[in-house]
Design a protein around this ligand. Structure first.
Ligand SMILES: Cc1cc2nc3c(=O)[nH]c(=O)nc-3n(C[C@H](O)[C@H](O)[C@H](O)COP(=O)(O)OP(=O)(O)OC[C@H]3O[C@@H](n4cnc5c(N)ncnc54)[C@H](O)[C@@H]3O)c2cc1C
Length: 338
């Protein structure tokens, strides 16, 4: 089958691109190996915000009196909260499916692999292989999480973000390893639902990619909410042999042993390369062009007195290297820092 544009991956990067390409008059197909909407709609931004909304409602009810409202009794139904989050995610994914159909974009289910000669080979879930061709192939395969070497995830006692948002039972105690945005979101949610939460962060501040004054204020808020925060600390090893989990934490004052039912390891996120590994050399030349631009962007970051912005721009450049883009990069692509 021939297309003008094939988009590989249907996350926010992919489906928006597919819609725009179709609106511009191209014949478009989108290939997805899992759920339409990608990580963001199915396992990321959307379901976590649904969980946080439930936590917020619960907190409001608990403090209703401060707002002049009398509530006699309130309890959280953990399974119903999880179900609502999954329903919200499913609804959003169906919305993407509707948008694809409305924009006459062909949805191809399966794992896509870019092949030489503008071809994409698609392996469906039943193993059937088909070949597609397009003038333009857009790779929007997102990122995958990388496990911490000393915290191998078994999906039960040491869990990643997917299990953390679909647990069948609410844990009484939870250790969150890493305090990036995803880690603190889960810490906030579980703490609000009544779980005893400890965050272990290797860096001196929580949410370490944010500005220090934000991190400090944020740490105060987490502690005020009742979350135990351990910075400058690292989980060195875990023992899952008993009923729960023991985490051996290296702190500035020596080793501490924490006990919990499930430690949640915040993901380290890596770009997904399996689909593009074989054609990486094609993008090599672009990388050097982008690198020169990167040096110019560093000047911009100095003007903004933010070396961190420079580092983030560098990461963006590295990402764009994979996408083969040579578009100049502006500070506006990193809105959270501006
Ligand atoms: C728990 C969590 C919470 C998050 N919260 C937020 C938030 O609040 N705000 C925010 O801005 N970001 C958030 N993110 C990050 C956000 O999810 C990602 O930035 C976003 O999903 C990236 O979009 P994408 O289109 O690049 O990739 P993805 O959403 O990862 O989509 C890529 C798609 O490509 C598919 N795919 C990959 N390889 C192939 C292949 N070879 N063949 C076919 N299909 C393939 C995948 O199945 C996937 O559906 C969160 C992430 C997580 C994990």
């Amino acid at each position: 089958m021939n297309y003008d544009v094939i988009v590989l991956g249907s996350g926010p990067g992919g489906y928006v691109t597919a819609i725009r390409a179709s609106q511009l008059g191209f014949k478009v197909a989108i290939i997805e190996k899992e759920n339409l909407g990608g990580v963001c709609l199915n396992w990321g931004c959307i379901p976590t915000k649904a969980l946080i909304k439930s936590a917020q409602v619960f907190e409001y009810i608990q403090h209703a009196k401060e707002y002049g409202i009398n509530v006699t009794e309130a309890s959280a139904d953990f399974n119903a909260v999880i179900k609502r989050s999954r329903d919200v995610a499913d609804g959003m994914s169906k919305g993407v499916q509707f948008s694809m159909k409305k924009n006459k974009i062909d949805i191809i289910d399966g794992f896509g692999k870019v092949k030489p000669g503008k071809k994409v080979e698609v392996t469906a879930a039943d193993g059937k292989v088909s070949s597609l061709e397009a003038d333009h192939i857009i790779i929007a395969t997102g990122a995958r999480s990388r496990e911490l070497p000393n915290l191998p995830q078994d999906g039960k006692k040491v869990i990643g973000y997917r299990q953390a948002m679909t647990l069948a039972e609410q844990p009484k105690k939870l250790i969150v390893v890493g305090s990036g945005a995803i880690g603190v979101e889960f810490a906030h949610f579980y703490n609000a639902m009544g779980t005893e939460v400890t965050i272990v962060e290797f860096m001196p501040n929580v949410v370490p990619v944010e500005d220090e004054d934000i991190s400090k204020q944020f740490e105060r808020s987490l502690k005020k909410a009742g979350i135990n925060v351990m910075t400058n600390s690292s989980v060195e090893r875990i023992d899952t042999s008993g009923n729960g989990v023991k985490a051996f934490v290296k702190t500035a004052k020596g080793e501490e042993v924490l006990e919990a039912e499930a430690p949640f390891a915040s993901p380290l996120v890596l770009p997904r390369q399996r689909a593009i590994r074989k054609i990486r050399s094609l993008f090599f030349a672009e990388y050097f062009r982008i690198s020169r631009r990167f040096l110019r962007q560093l000047q911009l970051s100095r003007n903004l007195q933010s070396a961190r912005l420079g580092r983030l721009l560098h990461r963006r450049c590295c990402l764009l290297r994979h996408l083969g883009s040579a578009k100049p990069i502006g500070a506006n692509i990193i809105p959270q820092l501006i």
